[in-house]
Every structure is written in structure tokens, then in C-alpha cells.
Design a protein around this ligand. Structure first.
Ligand SMILES: C[S@@+](CC[C@H](N)C(=O)[O-])C[C@H]1O[C@@H](n2cnc3c(N)ncnc32)[C@H](O)[C@@H]1O
Length: 281
């Protein structure tokens, strides 16, 4: 059985709780986050690739993740051209977004909204002046909304690997900035893999909020995505995502089904609850 869970409400509540703490109460958490970050940076600096990883870099052979990327890219460039082309109801929002988001949506150009493939609206409020990064931004609906909410002093970057999605996203930026009465654009889209944010030029500790709408499930390397998010977030930064989860193993024939993979089902993160541990993989 597949579960579609929007974690926005949960993260919003955690954010509110954090806001109620005094600076003194926050200190141990900030210290722990700093220690974790330093440990992670040390481990990354000392990391030695395995023989298998080294050999796969030396040959032209495609790694399995390349095949996944190719299939997903094909799905979001050739198979789907509009929301109405979706073949399942997996990429669906369970509820209406907040009225502030609904208001912002009214200003987003129609061609952008017609190519929305998300499963929620993982955009927090109160983000004025912040830098937001959207992983797998597609035609950019959430980036356009965020660009309005962060105001002139904020900034939004969308990253996607599919040219067709990026070209629609980029095409309407100027017109949108005029609609918002902005002289300078605070919205940009970059080509790249969400597993390799470094290659897109996003600096460590440079982003306040990372968002992602129905994309992590499509990644063959979810752990790498999460490490990348951790790397680019500033201390105290937050990650909001809507995605698809499964509470049991997904059958092999479902995993290999290109439509079900493309529509965010086969790659769903698995959440297991056991007596000893809860885990996500
Ligand atoms: C389900 S759509 C969601 C698009 C967008 N977030 C939205 O809400 O409309 C998935 C998007 O993620 C992109 N994508 C999938 N895997 C990716 C990866 N590994 N790196 C970068 N982009 C990826 C696809 O090109 C596609 O545009």
C-alpha cells in the first residue's frame, strides 16, 4: 500500500516550536548542528572512493542511476507535456494550499501552472528576504510562488535536469517580474542533478529554505540528495518537501515499470517501522 504524505504540516509545527525557544534554549541544538556539520565535512574530506566506484568512473559503462535519470528525463520531456497527460493520480495534492499561496498562484503564468506535476505545496510562509532552492523545479510553479513571497530582497533558484522543463520555466520569468512590478529578477533556473548540487554552483551554507515537490522519489540516490541539501543549507535552514512514501517493499515489476516510476510511485521512499528502529530508504 502506498502512502502519499505531505510533511509540510509537520515541519511547519516544528518551525513554530523552534520560534518559541529563547536564544539560550536554542544554544545546545545550534552547537549540535555545528558539530554534526563539521563531522560531516571531515568525513567528506577523508572519503576514499571504493574500487568499484573508481572503475565505473574510468569506463564508459552507464551506472544504473544513469538509466533512471534517462528514463525520468524522457518521461518529463517526451511523455508528459501537460498536467492532464498524467496517467495516474499519484501526483495530486490532497488539500488546498494556504490562502496566501492561493493568492500568489493567481499571478503565476498559465503555461507554468498547466505543467505542474507536484503532489502538494511545500512552501512555508514568512520567507520574506530568504534564499529558496527548489529541487526538481519542473516548469517552476513553486519557484514562481516563492519568488513573490520572498520579496525583492529574497532569491529563488530552481534546479532541474530536463531541458524541456527548464525552457518553459525560464520563458516566463521576465513577464512575471513585470507582473510583480519588479525591476530586477530574483528568480533563476539552473540545469543539474539534485544528487550533485555542487555542479550547479550552489555554494555550501548559502540557502535558507530548500523545497522539493514530488521529486526525491524519482532519485536513484536519495541519500546523496539529502547530503546535498545538508551541505547547501545555512545553519538553522529548513527542508520542506512533498513526496510519495511506501510502507512496504515495492515489487520488482513495479520498480521496473517506467510509467509508474515516472509518476512517482515505484521510487517511493520506503518507511519501515520495527520494534528496534524506524528507517527511511
Ligand atoms: C514530478 S515532476 C515535479 C516538478 C515540479 N516540482 C512540480 O511540482 O511541478 C519531477 C521533476 O523533477 C525533475 N527531476 C527528476 N529527477 C531529477 C534529478 N535526479 N535531478 C534533477 N531533476 C530531476 C524532472 O525533470 C521533473 O521536472
Amino acid at each position: 500500500m502506498l502512502l502519499i504524505v505531505t510533511v509540510v504540516e509537520l515541519t511547519r509545527e516544528l518551525g513554530a516550536q523552534w520560534g518559541r525557544l529563547t536564544d539560550e534554549q536554542k544554544q545546545p541544538f545550534v552547537r549540535k548542528a555545528q558539530e554534526d556539520k563539521e563531522r560531516y565535512q571531515r568525513e567528506m574530506a577523508e572519503y576514499q572512493p571504493t574500487e568499484q566506484e573508481t572503475n565505473s568512473e574510468k569506463t564508459d559503462q552507464k551506472a544504473p542511476e544513469d538509466n533512471v535519470h534517462d528514463d525520468v528525463r524522457e518521461y518529463y520531456s517526451k511523455v508528459l507535456t501537460q498536467t492532464k497527460d498524467l496517467k495516474t493520480s499519484a501526483c495530486t495534492s490532497a488539500s488546498k494550499p494556504h490562502p496566501i499561496i492561493q493568492e500568489a498562484l493567481k499571478h503565476v503564468p498559465a503555461p507554468i501552472k498547466e505543467k505542474f506535476y507536484g503532489c502538494g505545496t511545500p512552501i512555508p510562509l514568512g520567507i520574506d528576504g530568504l534564499t529558496v532552492l527548489d529541487l526538481g523545479s519542473g516548469s517552476g510553479r513553486d519557484c514562481y510562488i516563492a519568488a513573490k513571497l520572498v520579496g525583492e530582497d529574497g532569491r529563488v533558484i530552481g534546479v532541474d535536469m530536463t531541458d524541456e522543463q527548464l525552457s518553459v520555466a525560464k520563458e516566463h520569468v521576465d513577464e512575471y517580474m513585470k507582473t510583480l512590478g519588479r525591476e530586477e529578477s530574483n528568480l533563476e533556473f539552473r540545469k543539474g542533478y539534485i544528487e550533485d548540487l555542487e555542479q550547479t554552483g550552489i555554494e555550501p551554507d548559502s540557502v535558507d529554505i530548500v523545497i522539493s515537490n514530488c521529486v526525491v522519489n524519482l532519485s536513484p540516490k536519495k541519500d546523496q540528495v539529502l547530503r546535498g541539501v545538508y551541505r547547501v543549507l545555512k545553519e538553522g535552514g529548513e527542508f520542506y518537501f512533498s513526496d510519495v512514501y511506501a510502507d512496504r517493499r515495492i515489487a520488482k515489476h513495479v520498480q521496473e515499470h517506467k510509467v509508474l516510476y515516472g509518476e512517482c510511485i515505484s521510487g517511493a521512499s520506503k518507511i519501515f517501522r520495527t520494534k528496534l528502529t524506524n528507517s527511511v530508504c
